[in-house]
Design a binder for this molecule. Sequence first.
Ligand SMILES: [Cu+2]
Length: 132
Amino acid sequence: MPTRRELILRGLAATAALPLLAFAARAGGLAPPPMRPVSPIAPPARPAMGAVHAVEIRGFAFIPARLTVAPGDTVLFTNRDAAPHTATSESGLFDSGRLGAGQSARMAFSARGTYPYLCSIHPKMRGVVTVA
Ligand SMILES: [Cu+2]
C-alpha cells in the first residue's frame, strides 16, 4: 500500500510529464516543410552582369590609368580625344580596335589577374586593369 507521500510524488511526476508528451505529439505531427517549386524565371541569386567601369581616353592618356575591378565586371573604354586610340592588351588578350572620337569599346574581365594594356597607335599610352 503506497504512503500518502508516494502518491503525491507520483501525481507530480505524471503532471510534469504531460507537457513533454504534448510537445512530443506536436513535434511528431509537424508536416515537413512544403517543397517550393523551382521556377525557371526565378531571378538569379547574383546579377548576371557585374559592374561597368568607365575608362576615358583623354589627352593621350587612359583615365584612370590603373583600375581594379571584380571578376565578371566590364570596362568601358571611351575615346574623348579627337585623335584615334585603341585599348590593346599587352599580351594579346583583348583589343578594342581603332576607336575614333567618341567611340567606345567594352571588355568583360572574368579571371583574376593583372592586365596591362596600351594604345597600339601611341604605345606610350598605357594602363592596367587589375581583376581581384
Ligand atoms: Cu592612342
